[in-house]
Design a protein around this ligand. Structure first.
Ligand code: UDP
Length: 236
């Protein structure tokens, strides 16, 4: 099999798990995304995931709670999301393991790099929860970190738009899609699609970032199995 990406790290934001809304879990939306993910895993792609928590709590936006404390709450939110994804994937017959950066032995393994790699080799999807385990970071940075640790071929950043534009396509109808940009472009354009720490970690480890619309049915398959150039790519 001559596929470009065999081992992927898929970053799903919390908002995607909320379906059309901004808060909570939309089980139909989760199932829909999990069907697409399970499909590519069954084709032999090694799939690891980092899930966000923005549908539950965002540390930096919480005025009434100390930042670090709110960040820990945010990380716990990602664990709820990870368990929801695990349930949806396993109900589709896809084996999974959740690895949490904050120890929670009753519900998840601890993040152990070599163990995660072994799970992937055995065809299990690994869902990384609780971010980096430290406040003041984001789950985008976690995605870049875990991708580097497990030697992923790419980070796939699932968004609600179909790539990177020169300006916000939801605000400006004349926004132009950029199929390829460099890490330096991404940093200098201060793109909101991922934070600077995530871009620079991927740059340091030469891991391309693919930004694409995960809500469009069949897109993950098109990208990974059919080898189509969809979305936008950030690389050297
Ligand atoms: N968070 C953190 N450290 C990490 C990852 C996440 O403190 O390593 C917290 C932070 O408060 C963040 C929240 O968890 O706001 C949810 O993650 P994020 O905002 O990245 O989720 P997304 O936007 O992808 O849904």
């Amino acid at each position: 099999m001559n596929r470009k990406y065999n081992k992927i790290l898929l970053k799903l934001s919390g908002e995607i798990l909320a379906g059309g809304g901004h808060f909570g879990l939309d089980y139909d939306a989760i199932r829909g995304i999990c069907e697409e993910i399970a499909e590519v895993a069954k084709e032999g792609i090694m799939v690891s995931m980092v899930v966000g928590g923005g549908n539950i709590i965002r540390g930096a936006q919480t005025k009434y709670i100390e930042r670090a404390q709110a960040d820990y709450m945010g990380m716990l939110g990602t664990v709820i999301n990870a368990l929801a994804l695990q349930d949806a994937l396993e109900s589709l017959g896809q084996p999974t393991r959740v690895q949490s950066a904050i120890e929670m032995r009753q519900i998840a393994e601890t993040v152990i790099r070599r163990r995660a790699i072994r799970h992937l080799e055995k065809g299990r999807i690994v869902i990384f929860a609780a971010g980096t385990g430290s406040p003041y970071f984001s789950t985008d940075t976690t995605a870049a970190l875990r991708a580097s640790e497990i030697g992923a071929d790419c980070v796939i950043k699932a968004t609600k738009v179909d790539g990177i534009y020169d300006k916000d396509p939801e605000k400006y109808p004349d926004a132009v899609k950029l199929p390829h940009i460099t890490y330096m472009d991404a940093l200098s354009m201060q793109l909101k699609v991922m934070d600077a720490a995530a871009f620079s970690l991927c740059q340091d480890n030469d891991i391309p970032i693919i930004v694409f619309d995960v809500l469009k049915k069949g897109n993950l398959r098109r990208l990974l199995i059919d080898g189509e150039n969809i979305g936008s790519i950030v690389s050297r």
